[in-house]
Unconditional design. Sequence first.
Length: 271
Amino acid sequence: MPELPEVETTRRGIESALLGRRVLDVIVRDRRLRWPVEPGFERRVRGEAALAVERRAKYLLLRFPAGTAIVHLGMSGSLRVLGAGTPPLIHDHWDLVLEGGQVLRFHDPRRFGSLHWTSADPALHPLLQDLGPEPLSTAFDGEHLFRASRRRRVAIKLLIMNSHIVVGVGNIYASEALFRARLRPTRAAQRLSRAQAAALAQAIREVLAEAIAIGGTTLRDYVNADGVPGYFRQQLFVYERGGAPCRVCGTAIRQVTQGQRSTYYCPSCQD
DNA sequence: CTTTGCACCTGTTGGC
DNA sequence: TGCCAACAGGTGCAAA
């Protein structure tokens, strides 16, 4: 479910509940996430108080004095801050019970999410070490995208969803950014001009920043830490709009499959 | 090396 | 009403 804007919205929502508060208890009800939760996880975190809540790509990093919990929400995961004593429901797989009467609760029906612990620099963790730049950092710009697209035959949509090139661009925002940049998702990456790469990099930055500003996109079940959906769905130009009229020119939006995922574009606006 | 497709898992939706 | 196929905000990994 969550792409970068939803993960960033979650980060902002859980930060104040965690910072400086001791973790009184760690409850893992189901260890069978994408990777099994390490047996020692509970005892590493119990008694620690978070120093920082950060995000790298779609990973949330809960930094404690002794190490870092690395959390991924997968396709259907969410993190919420609830009152301690709120009874867990189905698919509520783990809790951090916090000093002061609140609990951070992880809910994930599909269990594609994950939870790791590292006592080393999380940037060196195998899941993080080969990631590309953050799209909202200065390391990501048109020149980066242009260089990365040279001699690549893959479709440009697949390229921008490749986390080695740039992180955080998922299925919704890939289609949306390509619409804004007026580029066909199916075009070979190597056929982008320098100017088109610059336009696409800019479109990616804008669409992600705008989505963060209104709390991300809720399609089905995404909610932020307070249980509130994101409202970016109303700003979508093409995603999940196959057959509907383009909001710019009225042409029917097309839906195609790329890399076993749905892609949406306007055949008139996008070349 | 790049590219492609599968796998993991549960829930919802739409057609017959 | 029931059944079954298709599809869903991700991504590591194996195979081509």
